[in-house]
Design a protein around this ligand. Structure first.
Ligand code: UDP
Ligand code: MG
Length: 312
């Protein structure tokens, strides 16, 4: 029998885990697969841990790995993908926004030969207009800037054949934007659309800060356009400076030098600001180089509670 791994990163999801696991069990019971439901606890500080351990004791399908600290959704997902042993690996969120009823559809596409089945979120119920707007235009911007094509509404709810999983495991970059990596990997792919429901319980674990840093990772990891744009902006401001210089020369020849102080102030402000901005852009890339060069482990595991795993 083929084995399916369902990888679910969770961070403070005490009110969702049990409900989610019940739904998965109900869906998988009707399908002819052996499966594991692999939770990656991303350093939760609520009762998620106890709930996961209790579930695992009751249901042999439920496995869990506990990370040493909160490392973020993409890293938790990576840990899950690294440890999943199924012939197909499905990654999804544990808050019911990725509907378990879609699993049979993904698996059918896989059986029909697809190696990556990517889901695309059409709309999300109950999401703020702000998040909807930023998400939509973010993907447009990202696609315009980089050469990888990331679908608008593309989510980390996808099925990957073992071949694709082994390929994905070879990407060890730290600033991870898994959507982008998978998008650039190739393989035979298909997409399935879905409407995301509201969260079953609790609140989104993505603060505005996390959202911005995730968005920057996506752009800076897949595009050097910001560097290029700042080069063009630099050229443009140099051109403006030449024109201003001609203007200043003209005024000087006319003998009206004193009123020129305003031009000087405006110029130094303008170019000072420009330079700081470009330095900032370079700095973002250098910071990422530093992070990659240090090559620290992507995640640390506090305990591995998979059956048959070390420490069990
Ligand atoms: N998550 C995680 N680590 C984090 C933040 C979130 O493992 O630092 C998990 C979270 O528990 C959920 C999934 O990632 O299962 C998606 O998070 P969330 O629902 O908060 O994101 P949203 O749906 O609002 O984009
Ligand atoms: Mg969610």
């Amino acid at each position: 029998m083929k084995r399916v791994s369902i990888v679910v990163p969770v961070y403070n999801e005490e009110d969702n885990i049990t409900h989610f696991a019940q739904n998965i069990a109900a869906v998988m019971a009707a399908l002819p697969y052996d499966y594991e439901l692999l939770f990656i606890d991303d350093g939760s500080r609520d009762r998620s841990r106890e709930i996961l351990l209790a579930l695992g004791a009751r249901d042999a399908h439920v496995q869990s790995i506990f990370l040493a600290r909160n490392s973020g959704h993409q890293i938790a997902l990576t840990c899950g993908i690294d440890h999943a042993d199924g012939d197909a690996v499905i990654t999804m969120d544990g808050d019911m926004q990725h509907p378990p009823e879609l699993l049979p559809v993904l698996l059918a596409r896989w059986e029909a030969g697809a190696e990556i089945v990517q889901t695309v979120r059409l709309t999300t119920e109950g999401v703020s207009p702000f998040k909807r707007f930023t998400s939509k235009y973010y993907y447009r911007l990202l696609n315009a800037l980089s050469d990888v094509n990331i679908q608008e509404g593309g989510s980390d709810f996808r099925l990957m054949d073992r071949k694709a999983v082994l390929a994905l495991r070879r990407y060890r970059e730290h600033a991870r934007f898994i959507r982008g990596i998978v998008g650039a990997m190739g393989f035979r792919r298909e997409t399935v659309e879905f409407v995301a429901q509201e969260r079953f319980a609790g609140q989104s674990k993505f603060s505005l800060h996390k959202m911005i840093s995730f968005a920057l990772d996506g752009i800076l990891a897949y595009s050097v356009q910001p560097l290029r744009v700042s080069f063009y902006v630099g050229m443009l401001s140099a051109l403006i400076a030449v024109l201003l210089f001609l203007h200043v020369l003209f005024e000087t020849l006319r003998g009206e030098t004193v009123p020129g102080w305003s031009t000087i102030v405006v110029c130094s402000l303008f170019f000072g600001g420009m330079q700081m901005m470009m330095l900032g852009v370079c700095g973002e890339y250098i910071a990422r180089i530093l992070q990659e060069v240090k090559n620290r482990p992507l995640y640390l595991i506090a305990s591995d509670n998979r059956k048959g795993a070390d420490g069990r």
